[in-house]
Ligand binder design. Structure first.
Ligand code: FES
Ligand code: FES
Length: 163
């Protein structure tokens, strides 16, 4: 067994787990934060994306012990003061989800994408960046619209890019 200490959504947490425990399973099973989903366990679908020290990672690709000492943000930590994060609000407004299974990973990946590109995002870049996030429902069109709209909202860019 190994001791894992993390800051998760701003709160210090710790717990024991087997050395082989994946971060996603630690988050879901030890911490009860089930918004982070497991779609494949093999680094393909992106349903498990969280932020690790501010960068998006597939939490099924790293061990909980490897993340120990780091800061993790999950989908549960994104809304602030009862308000949806602009990316969450844009997914809602533009119908960027159907069953919702992929949505937490899509949203976390999109927040990181928007932060990294500092407002300079176009459709091609969004589609390229989301290649590691699989959605079986939406056809991606409304997801891309939502990301571009959130990007405009967060960076004051040309909103027509999303329309
Ligand atoms: S569960 Fe991690 S990529 Fe699919
Ligand atoms: S909304 Fe169903 S998998 Fe994406």
């Amino acid at each position: 067994m190994a001791k894992v200490k993390l800051t998760v959504n701003g709160r210090a947490v710790s717990g024991d787990c087997e050395e082989r425990t994946l971060l996603v399973h630690f988050i879901r099973e030890k911490l009860g934060l089930t918004g982070t989903h497991v779609g494949c366990d093999t680094t393909q679908c992106g349903a498990c994306v969280v932020h690790l020290d501010g960068k998006s990672v597939k939490s099924c690709t790293i061990l909980a012990v490897q993340a120990s000492g780091s800061s993790v943000m999950t989908i549960e930590g994104l809304a602030a003061n009862g308000e949806l994060h602009p990316v969450q609000a844009a997914f809602k407004e533009h119908h960027g989800l159907q069953c919702g299974f992929c949505t937490p990973g899509m949203v976390m990946a999109s927040v990181d994408m928007i932060n990294r590109h500092g407002g300079h995002l176009d459709e091609e870049t969004v589609r390229h960046e989301l290649e590691g996030n699989i959605c079986r429902c939406t056809g991606y069109h409304n997801i891309v619209k939502a990301v571009l709209s959130a990007n405009a909202e967060m960076h004051g860019g040309a909103k027509q890019a999303a329309e």
